[in-house]
Design a protein around this ligand. Structure first.
Ligand code: PLP
Length: 403
């Protein structure tokens, strides 16, 4: 097949994929062949500014030389040992991960959803073994409009009908409260509550920023009620909002932090749960696992990602570019715009109608982004995006929204 592919048009690739692939996405019909930095190139030689960044899995852009080097070097050594044996990359990765974020222990997994499931297991285990909740009674409070992934337990705690339809029955043990509402959280707490799982900013939910003070207040409520505060930082963590973790905006320290997406540098699936020994120390051999967890290739790439995350000027850069972009966007006059919100380089433009046709128009203008929650244009370029590219982006967005 590879010999026939040269000379294929976009339509040829689309046809083949539609014929053989289960249709779980509705992608824009841009067939990407290569990418570098903030730019991706399609099979017909067009180039686009990537303003999705793999749903924030590519915070450092495409083909970052330091990440590629780490991956190449490790590819030549060893890629998978399974955790039946130890490997020489994992200990350093775990230590650097804990030091970077200030936690005592880390549990590596692969995808985000798996890390969320892992955090749920950890919180329940803590509930039974430390808090003293009766067997099988543990409850975890989640937020409406959440997105935590696509496994059965995780979609079961979603409020999104499309994520759940015809996939039940679901796991019990979850309660839901409105996002941003501290009182509702307080009222939902019972003696069986073991954790509160939330996104510091809801990404898939439409870039929903909670009211000021919310993060600190939920931290306080959790402390007072002996409940674990569990932050899903998979999308908003790792520099996206101008902080290592989005909760740092309010100086909050969750009991459990869930990382994914950019942790693997857009090269490998790599996720992790971070916590102190009082929680993650409860796991014993045989309690949990994954064939690929902690594999040396992912650990090597993860270490290189952590090095990039430990460059302090990253955060001032993101805050500055985010502020510039936000201001430029807010200065646009376009009657379609209902709201512009976000933090750092995570920006949502809410329109008064479906955002999809505008994403398609933007693509023909050389900008790739994707609608979320139907009416929201999410703008999340790589953190390494240049200022001139942001002005160019604003011009394109303005053009498309006022056409
Ligand atoms: C993407 C995402 C997940 C799921 O991660 P996968 O790697 O797709 O399983 C979970 N939570 C949040 C907030 C996400 O954005």
């Amino acid at each position: 097949m590879s010999t026939t592919e040269s000379g294929w048009s976009t339509a040829d690739y689309v046809r083949l994929e539609e014929k053989y692939g289960a249709r779980i996405y509705a992608p824009l019909d841009i067939v990407i062949e290569r990418a570098s930095g903030s730019w991706v190139h399609d099979v017909e030689g067009r180039k686009y500014l990537d303003c999705l960044s793999g749903y924030s899995a590519m915070n450092f852009g495409h083909s970052h030389p330091k990440l590629l080097r780490a991956a190449h070097e490790q590819l030549e050594k060893v890629t998978l040992t399974s955790r039946a044996f130890r490997n020489a990359e994992l200990p350093g990765f775990l230590a650097e991960l804990c030091t970077t974020f200030g936690y005592e222990m880390a549990l590596p997994m692969n995808t985000g959803a798996e890390a969320v499931e892992t955090a749920i297991k950890a919180a329940r285990k803590w509930g039974y073994e430390v808090k003293g909740v009766a067997a099988d009674q543990a409850e975890i409070i989640v937020c409406s409009n959440n997105f935590h992934g696509r496994t059965i337990a995780v979609v079961g705690m979603s409020s999104e009908e499309a994520y759940k339809r015809n996939f039940g029955p679901f796991a019990p043990g979850f309660r839901m409260v409105p996002f941003g509402d501290v009182e509702a959280l307080q009222q939902a707490i019972t003696p069986n509550t073991v954790g509160f799982l939330f996104e510091p900013i809801q990404g898939e939910g439409g870039v929903i920023v909670p009211p000021d003070g919310y993060l600190q207040q939920v931290e306080q409520v959790c402390r007072q009620n002996k409940i674990l505060l569990i932050a899903d930082e998979i999308q908003v963590g790792l520099g996206r909002t101008g902080y290592r973790l989005a909760v740092e905006h309010e100086g909050v320290r969750p009991d459990l932090v869930i990382l994914g997406k950019s942790l693997g540098g857009g090269i490998v699936p790599l996720s992790a749960v971070l916590a102190d020994r009082n929680v993650l120390g409860l796991f014993n051999p045989g309690d949990h696992g994954s064939t690929f967890s902690g594999n040396p290739l992912a650990a090597a790439v993860g270490r290189a990602v952590l090095e990039l995350l430990n460059e302090d000027d990253l955060y001032t850069g993101v805050k500055q570019s985010g502020a510039v972009l936000m201001e430029e966007l807010r200065n646009m006059q376009a009657p379609l715009i209902r709201d512009i919100r976000g933090r750092g380089l995570m920006i949502g433009i809410e329109l008064s109608e479906s955002a999809r046709p505008y994403c398609e128009e933007l693509a023909s203008e050389g900008v790739l982004c994707k609608e979320t929650h139907d009416t929201v244009l999410r703008i999340t370029p790589p953190l390494t995006v240049e200022r001139e590219q942001l002005s160019w982006l604003t011009e394109r967005v303005h053009k498309v929204l006022t056409m």
